[in-house]
Design a protein around this ligand. Sequence first.
Ligand SMILES: [Zn+2]
Length: 354
Amino acid sequence: MNGGSDVEPMNLERRTVVKLTGLASGTGAIAGVASGTESSTAERSTSWERGRSDGISVTVLGSGASSFENGRANAGHVVHVDGEPTFLLDAGGGVGARLGEAGVDLTALDGVFLGHLHIDHTAALPAVVKAAYQRGRDRPLPVYGPTGTDDVPGTAAFLSRLFDPETGAYNYLEPFVERYTDGKLELEPTEIDATVGEDDGIACVRDEDVTVEAIPQTHGAIPALAYRFTCRGRSITFSGDTSLVTDNLRRLADGTDVLVHNRVVDAHVDPDEPKTDLHAYAAEIGATASAADVRTLVLSHLSQTDETEIEREMELIAREYDGPIVAVRDLVEVDPDGRIGAVEPIENDVLVCE
Ligand SMILES: [Zn+2]
């Protein structure tokens, strides 16, 4: 299945794309396809206040893809549990600043989960690691990610090439941390098998207060993973980057409260273009969300520079999926009931001395 190029004009009587206006100003746009009315949408935007939510929620740090043209940071999300930042999902360019704006305490993180190791998901990782230890982190930082192949490093080799105290590109960091802080730089890589096969199992990566499960995804020739975080029966699933060739995401996301899906390939993109090996069309995303009985579909890692292009893709998804669809921007939070809150960004003043 693909979106094709012969898309008919929209005539979705019940589904309307609306913009949420009750949120704090920030970068990028936010729009949602909802089956409700404007008033219920307004309630959606104001009925949940950050930090007052029990259980699991997700904060969007970077809702953009790899370009810098649409005012969105590259990929990055934080899973909060009972209001505490617990897991960082990806750390693309711009995510460092967003972590600060969102007030995320890097010393509190229980782990970093990398969907895959492309630049737009990992470029800020060294800065995040440094900032965590400079801030006083006093315990190891677990980093979960995919296995490698003969052609690309896995997570352990990737971290080693960055941070090894002798051979790493940032080999200054370990002595820096030890000299200037009381902490010790300790990264604990865990590689998760990202080989796509015939009948891939769902791996249970952690089984504590929050259960974390993972499954391989197709993303060109790059090993990639989707993750599902479940806390007290509520769950948020992250597709990672995927072309949705397999049924794996549907199986991992089955019955999930929130599916955060990365990147929509515009319907007019020719199926022979390379990007279709990396990402999915709107119709495929909608069909997957519908088959998995996802309660709220969140679109992130957006490459579109024009809001109307996003709306168009949302409407195509809505043909396949009848639940709420939300295209997020940076610095918003979504809870398992699909309620959306805004993070108030830090606004620095310009100081002039004449
Ligand atoms: Zn990406």
